[in-house]
Design a protein around this ligand. Structure first.
Ligand code: UDP
Length: 320
């Protein structure tokens, strides 16, 4: 089986490539490297079943025989999609369409990486898949939220009009090694700040909530969905809800850091609460996450330490 991953140099795309290769598949990865990094794929340099092409999926493309398409290309952190707003809208529309066209032409199955952002700043809590969401269509987050919502509509249209065998995963906050150290997300910011001894930047009063899923749990859920016949969206995330302040304290415990906590203004439209209802994933996929936040943060420590080491090395090189 030959599998195409768009966004293969990203956090989730690269972990997905590893898991699929470990299961014996051949993987072709594409990425325009706008937010992904070849560092995430370096360890596959000598893997004969893996090939990589740097390309922008917003332009039509074809890579020969493909049996499964995993569409993971998109900026995904609020800082990145704010910086790359038009690109985010385009990859969610033209890019997703080009990926779907490949699945249609090649008779491949298709799994699209959607997001809890489809629920916006949710008024229903926890979020079930049949909740339609509460999204500001014109706010700063709309470039991401509406791109992903459009993608979901496009994927469903290719299922209905072209019989492409599609799946939609709604991914909730995920973390672990290979998260970009400077993507502005809460876990990467807090871990880097704690390791440097800098203040942890809590936005607002830190009483907004998120539910954090460790990357290996997330990938396992996605692969189970890929093997299922479910076409409607499935939430894959960890349902244990944390306030951001509690999350900051967990990072301090795990890193043993003496950093202080500092409060900063809350970004516009920052969702007040987020927690997946994973009843559907449990029933359909017999999946639930196994790794709690503190364990996952511990498993991520070496990675963030190595990011810090690389940073220190860069500074030394710049000075000398
Ligand atoms: N956040 C924070 N400090 C940071 C980065 C993020 O308090 O340095 C908060 C942010 O306001 C949001 C939550 O943490 O409420 C998660 O933000 P993130 O950017 O990781 O992703 P989101 O879930 O908003 O897409």
């Amino acid at each position: 089986m030959r599998i195409l991953i768009t966004g293969a140099a990203g956090f989730l795309g690269s972990h997905l490539a590893d898991s699929l290769l470990a299961e014996g598949y051949s993987v072709v990865g594409v990425d325009n490297l706008s937010t992904g990094s070849l560092n995430n794929l370096r360890h596959l340099d000598r893997e004969p079943r893996f090939t990589f092409e740097e390309r922008d999926i917003c332009l039509p493309f074809d890579l020969g025989r493909v049996d499964y398409v995993f569409n993971f290309a998109s900026p995904a952190s609020p800082v990145d999609y704010a910086r790359l707003g038009i690109e985010t809208l385009m990859v969610g529309s033209a890019g997703t369409r080009n990926a779907l066209e490949i699945a249609k032409r090649r008779g491949a199955k298709f799994l699209h990486a959607s997001t809890s952002e489809c629920y916006g700043d949710p008024l229903v809590h926890p979020q079930r898949e049949d909740y339609w969401g509460h999204v500001n269509p014109v706010g700063p987050r709309s470039v991401y939220d509406e791109a992903k919502r459009f993608s979901e509509a496009l994927v469903m249209a290719y299922l209905r009009y072209h019989n492409v065998d599609t799946r939609l995963v709604r991914i909730f906050n995920t973390y672990g090694p290979r998260l970009q150290k400077n993507d502005g997300r809460v876990i990467s910011n807090f871990m880097m700040q704690a390791l440097k001894g800098d203040e942890l930047s809590v936005y607002g009063e830190g009483n907004q909530t998120r539910s954090f899923c460790y990357v290996s749990d997330e990938i396992e859920g996605i692969l189970r969905l890929a093997r299922s016949d479910e076409h409607l969206p499935v939430n894959i995330g960890n349902p244990v809800e944390w306030t951001i302040l509690e999350c900051a304290r967990a990072v301090l415990r795990v890193t043993g850091s003496a950093s202080r906590i500092a409060f900063h203004p809350l970004p516009v439209d920052d969702p007040a609460q987020r927690k997946p209802d994973i009843t559907k994933a449990k029933r359909l996929l017999e999946w639930e996450p196994k790794i709690d936040l503190e364990t996952g943060l511990r498993l991520s420590l070496d990675y963030f330490r190595s990011c810090l080491g690389a940073e220190t090395g860069e500074v030394r090189a710049a000075i000398s």
